[in-house]
Every structure is written in C-alpha cells, then in structure tokens.
Design a protein around this ligand. Structure first.
Ligand code: ADP
Ligand code: ADP
Ligand code: MG
Length: 671
C-alpha cells in the first residue's frame, strides 16, 4: 500500500479522500489555489502545496504544477477526485511518465469512453443496449436531418464531448433542427473543443439509473448495484438514491451484467459508473434500458452506494491502484436498506438557482450518526467564492427502507442551519416532502412537472418568526448591556441595563422590522423575570429564552422553540426548522453599532452593490444618520453613522460592487 498520496482536487471530495487515506495510515498531501489557502481540505491534510491563482485553469487544471507538487512532496500516487483532471487521459499518462500512480483507470479506458459517440459504437459491438440513434462520423446538416427523421421526433442532439448537461438540444420538429444543431455544435466546440454531435431518440419518460462498477488489475470485475438519479434540474442531479425504487430483480441483474460487460470490454480498472437511461413509459422493464455514457472516475453520489453496501469505495480505489485484488466478489455484495443523497448548494431557487456567493456566517449541519452522513468541504466562517462549484455539502441518509430514509432526509434537512448565502434547502425539503416523490413516481421531468409545488412564493414572516426575532434582539441588547456593565466602574448603574422599563421608564419598546417590502412594527412589553410580550398581528406572544452562540432556545406562549439567529449589522437571519427568514431591523437608537469598523471606518457587512450615497465628503453627520445604502441579495441595508462627526473619506460611489468587509467610508468623530 502507498505511504503517501496527493489529492489533486479541492472541497468535499478532497476531504472525503483524506478521511479514508488517514484511516488506512496513508499520509496525505493537499494542493490549493490562492482562494483556498484556508480551506478545510488544506487544514485536514498532513501537508499542502500551493499550485497557483484562484481560476481553475491556473491551478486545479494545471497538470504540470500538480505533478511537480507530487514529486516535491514524495507522494507515490495521485487521487484526482471528480471533475478537474479526473477524466483526462493525458494527465494519467503524464503521471505514469513521472513514475507516479494514477488512482483511476488506464488512459486507454478513459479514451474509449471519452467521446459519447465512439463509446456507444463500442458498446453496440459488445451487445450492450444503446439508445437508438445515429453516432457516426457524417456531420453534414442535411444528412443528420435525414437521420433525425428516420429516428422520429422528438430527437436529442448531444455534443459527443459534452458533459455536466452541456451541449444537448431537444428537437421536436424538422423546422427547429438546423438551429438546434448549430447550437449544440457551438457549445461542443466552445466548452469542450469538439463540435461533433450524435443523435438519439429523445425518451419522453425516462429514468436515469446508473451502475457502480469496480474492476482490478487481475481481471476481476463486479458491480455494486444501481443508483437512481432521476430527480434532475437541467440534466444535473439533485437527489440520488440507492437502490432504485421498484427495481425488478431481473432488471437489476440485466443492468449489472451489462455494466460489468462494458467495463471488461475496455479493460477497465478502478471505480467507474455506467449510466443508463430507462424508458419507463410502461414502467421499469428489463428490455427497456440503454447505455448512455460511462464516467471513468468516482462519482459525486458514490456515498449512497457505500451506505447500502457497507463498503468504502475510496478504500477500494486505493487497494486496486496499489495492485491488490478487489476486496469482495459479486456473491459477497448485498443491498441493505435504502440511502438518499441531497446536494446542498449555495444557490437561490427564487432567482433561477443562481449561485449565491458570500460568507457562511452560520453553518450547522445535522448531527452525524448511523442514519446521517455529511460530506463537506467548508466550515462555518468559510466563504463560497465565484471560482468553484457552489456546493456546500452532500447530505446522505440511510434507513431500513425508502419511507424511513425519506423521514430521515426531511428531519436532517429541517435541522440544517445556514446563514450568509441563499441555499436550496427549502427546495430540497419541498422535494423530499412531495407526495409524488414519496410514491416514487419518478422520471427526469419530475422537477419541471411539479415546479409550482417545489418553488412556492416567498411567505411573509408569521408572528412566531417575528417573536423569535424580537426576542433575539432583546437578548442581544441585554447581553451587550451586561458586558458594558462588567467593564464599567459602576456595574449596577441603571444606565447599563437594556430593559426598556429602566431605560425609558415606560416598560415597553417598539421594534421595527422590514420583511422584504413589508413593515412589521411590534410593541414589546418587558415583564418581570426577563420575559417579554410581543404584540403580533394575530395577538400577543409571551416569550423568554436564551441566546448562545447563534442558537436561540425560546419558550413562546409555553411552547419550546429553537432557531438559529445570525445578525450582520441590522440584518437578521432567523433559521427556523426548514425555513429561513431575513428581516431588517430599523432601529435609529443603535443604528450602525455593528457596522462600525476600527478607527471610524465603516465596512460593508456583506457583499453587495452601493445603490445610494447620501452624504458628501466633508459633511457633518449626526449619530444614526444614514450615510449609504447597500443592496445585497435584493435587500437594502442602510449604513448609518455610529457617532456624530465628519465624513472624512468616501471610498465608493453609487453603482459600485463591494465585497464583504470593504471599508466604505471613514468618519472623524473628533474624539
Ligand atoms: P456527476 O454529477 O454525475 O458525478 P458530472 O459529469 O455532472 O457527473 O460532474 C461531476 C462533478 O464534477 C460535478 O459536480 C462538477 O463539480 C465537476 N465537474 C464537471 N465538469 C467539470 C469541469 N469541466 N471542470 C471542473 N469540474 C467539473
Ligand atoms: P452528461 O455527459 O452531460 O452527463 P448524459 O448523456 O449522461 O450527458 O445525459 C445527461 C442527462 O440528460 C441524463 O441523465 C438524462 O436526464 C438526459 N438524457 C440523456 N439522454 C437522453 C435521451 N436519449 N432521452 C431523454 N433524456 C436524455
Ligand atoms: Mg451523465
């Protein structure tokens, strides 16, 4: 076995590989770009080597820099993870030339499956069923139209070098063909450097079912059953599960056999996935599945297979790469229970799933155990950057059967708390809670079909949420007052108390929240013993609680309630089970408190765009006066003066884009 390996990747997959290597006593070397100097994978590895600037073309895709790092570190083998260089045959060859082991298949096997057209031709000759279509060399537009007519509409045009759902066009009628063909060719040439396309019958009700295969260098090959990845958005997987719901044993056997055959035909070694598409217009049938492509690497969704087989696929990869035989034979492998994986992304479903960039101010994952596994590459306080895939984590659940696993998934998703970026957790919860998903009424059109149920309109914060927010604000003020008193000479001074009845003698306060466009003004009464009464829209709520490390444990009208609470300046995020709400606290009394940087410099509380500058350089300002308005994630944040003084410097103008922590302007307070 290797003594030391280098992981040529980043994020969760780099962490995943390090975990297994460590458990096997293998030393690990991480590589990192400028943007990842503080990343989790770097912290986890035994050592780490810098390979270049943030853009992937200058770091993680630099084969030469990675090989140099492997040489310098004394690593014997390189694990490529997925993406990046994992399916790059030249990289595998260059490693071999440098005397290093590639933890993956032979370069010849990567090449055989590299182009979809050639791979299909090869599979056809091996009697593996392929989707009916044309995958020859003739790329003449009229000829291809003729082929499409012969296949029958609808037809799918695929760039042979495509991947990740790119370079595909569905065509429903002859009149649309020429434009779609040109589009697919353009995308193929632009993204993958190859304009060649193939044509396939477009299956109207398909399921994506793939088989995990494994082969060693001694001629053994097995499959580790199937994964169903039918829940997709724009041909990208969102939920993956194993085994496939309602899979007839005869079909499982036929697919497993075809996948192992595919691996054998190309002399495969290591972990691979054979992707099939099943035509489920008449349900799952052993004669209605077709080879689509083979991914010659470890797959993102490999954990669901690990959960149902009890195997560690990375350990298998390391053993096979070191020349050992497969740890188990086909007859030793069995399916136990059911596993589901959800990909948690920093993206905003309300804005067309646009990636959401920013700092993870709060990141609390569900507790891990036999039923819950979390694979992640980030920690609280880390940032999601524009340079890499915005995946935050993979949440994997397991239980004895699908219904129980689905309950685990809902519970685990509901207990996730992430603030600082928008996430798809609400969307995943809607999916996991959908009755059609529970009934396993699956096909790749699932998300489109139920779009309206899965992307509900934003709900206004209800009284409970407002009460939690108000309680959080009051508890924070009390904490701040206690801290002040502790540091002041007269620790019993009434001026150090944040309770309304002492501050202003009225015994109540008014809190003004902005919930999107809506104003929510609520009266808060201070009661004996530290409780408060919040006057909401539907009545009063008596609340008490404790705020520790961003977690609010509350009792609302006698009912226990838990939420995450994150405050950035006057921007509050309340993370209730399964839902997150953002509120803006409009509070002249302590306006700007948290926005104060050191030395009178005001910093941007989050990344965003300056939409208004309300003062000029040299202007005298009063405490609490609004100075700038910053728009971030479609909400406006007012930057207010922390104290009376003079604006000594304006660093930005309206329209400027700023990153979090940027100094926006400076104030001289005359102290
Ligand atoms: P799957 O998601 O089924 O494993 P994909 O082909 O969609 O297969 O890609 C696997 C992962 O590899 C993606 O989630 C993505 O993060 C990464 N990836 C795909 N293509 C690239 C690429 N060209 N460069 C970097 N990463 C990539
Ligand atoms: P990629 O390399 O981008 O992963 P694939 O060939 O694996 O490309 O196809 C990606 C997805 O596109 C599949 O999971 C499936 O949802 C859809 N798809 C592919 N081929 C067909 C087809 N012939 N009919 C209908 N949908 C298809
Ligand atoms: Mg695919």
């Amino acid at each position: 076995m290797f003594r030391k390996i280098l992981i040529a990747n980043r994020g969760e997959i780099a962490c995943r590989v390090i975990r297994t290597a460590r458990s096997m006593g293998i030393a690990t070397v991480a590589v990192y770009s400028d943007a990842d100097a503080q990343a989790r994978h770097v912290a986890m590895a035994d050592s780490a080597i810098h390979i270049g600037p943030a853009p992937v073309s200058e770091s993680y895709l630099r084969a030469d820099a990675i090989i140099e790092a492997a040489r310098a570190s004394g690593a014997e083998a390189v694990h490529p993870g997925y993406g990046f260089l994992s399916e790059n045959a030249e990289f595998a060859e260059a490693l071999a030339a440098a005397g290093l082991v590639f933890i993956g298949p032979p370069a010849s096997a990567i090449r055989a499956m590299g182009l979809k057209g050639a791979a299909k031709a090869l599979m056809e000759s091996a009697k593996v069923p392929v989707v009916p279509g044309y995958h020859g060399d003739n790329q003449d537009a009229d000829f291809l139209l003729g082929q499409a007519e012969a296949i029958g509409w609808p037809v799918l045009i695929k760039a042979v070098a495509g991947g990740g759902g790119k370079g595909m066009r569905r065509v429903d009628k002859a009149a649309d063909f020429a434009a779609a063909l040109a589009g697919a060719q353009r995308e193929g040439a632009g993204s993958f450097g190859n304009p060649k396309v193939l044509l396939e019958k477009y299956l109207v009700k398909p399921r994506h079912i793939e088989i995990q295969v494994f082969a060693d260098s001694h001629g053994n090959a097995v499959h580790l059953f199937e994964r169903d990845c039918s829940v997709q958005r724009r041909h990208q997987k969102v939920l993956e599960e194993a085994p496939a719901p309602d899979m007839p044993p005869a079909m499982r056997q036929a697919m497993g056999k075809a996948a192992v055959e595919a691996a054998k035909v190309i002399g495969y070694v290591g972990a691979g996935t054979v992707e099939f598409i099943a035509d489920v217009a008449d349900g799952l049938r052993p004669d209605r599945f077709y080879f689509m492509e083979m991914n010659t690497r470890l797959q993102v969704e490999h954990p669901v297979t690990e959960m149902i087989t009890g195997q560690d696929l990375v350990a298998w990869q390391l053993r096979v790469a070191a020349g050992e035989p497969l740890p188990l034979q086909q007859s030793d492998l069995h399916i136990q229970g059911h596993a589901i994986e959800a990909r948690i992304y920093a993206e905003d479903p309300a804005k067309g799933f646009l990636p959401s960039i920013g700092k993870l101010h709060q990141l609390r994952a569900p507790a891990e155990g036999p039923h819950v596994r979390v694979d992640t590459g980030v920690r609280e306080g880390d940032s999601v950057t524009p340079f890499y895939d915005p995946m935050i984590a993979k949440l994997i659940v397991w239980d004895a059967d699908r219904a129980a696993a689905l309950r685990q998934l809902r519970r685990a998703l509901g207990s996730y708390r992430i603030a600082g970026v928008a996430t798809n957790i609400g969307f995943l919860l809607a999916l996991a809670g959908h009755e059609a998903f529970a009934a396993a009424d699956l096909d790749t059109g699932f998300i489109e079909r139920f779009r309206a149920d899965l992307l509900p309109d934003r709900k206004p914060a209800d009284d409970q949420v407002i009460a939690m927010a108000a309680l959080g604000v009051v508890l924070q003020r009390r904490q701040a007052a206690t801290d002040t008193a502790r540091n002041s000479a007269d620790r019993y001074s009434p001026w150090a108390s944040a309770d309304g009845w002492r501050l202003n003698d009225t015994g109540f306060d008014e809190l003004h929240f902005k919930d999107g466009e809506d104003d929510r003004i609520c009266r808060v009464d201070y009661l004996a013993g530290g409780a408060i009464r919040i006057h909401g829209q539907a009545g009063a709520i008596e609340a008490r609680g404790e705020l520790t490390d961003g977690s609010l444990d509350a009792v609302l009208n006698g009912q226990r309630s838990h939420a995450g609470l994150v405050r950035q300046g006057n921007d509050l995020t309340i993370l209730c089970p399964g839902a997150s709400h953002r509120l803006l606290l409009v509070d002249p009394r302590d306006a700007g408190d948290e926005d104060v940087g050191t030395g009178g410099a005001l910093a941007a509380p989050m990344p965003g765009k300056i939409v208004q500058v309300l003062v000029a350089e040299g202007a005298a300002v009063a405490k609490g006066q609004a100075l700038m308005v910053l728009e971030a994630m479609k909400m406006e944040h007012t930057i207010a003066a922390p104290a009376a003084g003079k604006v000594s410097k304006l660093h930005y103008a309206a329209g400027d884009q700023v990153v979090e922590g940027t100094t926006l302007l400076a104030i001289e307070t005359g102290e």
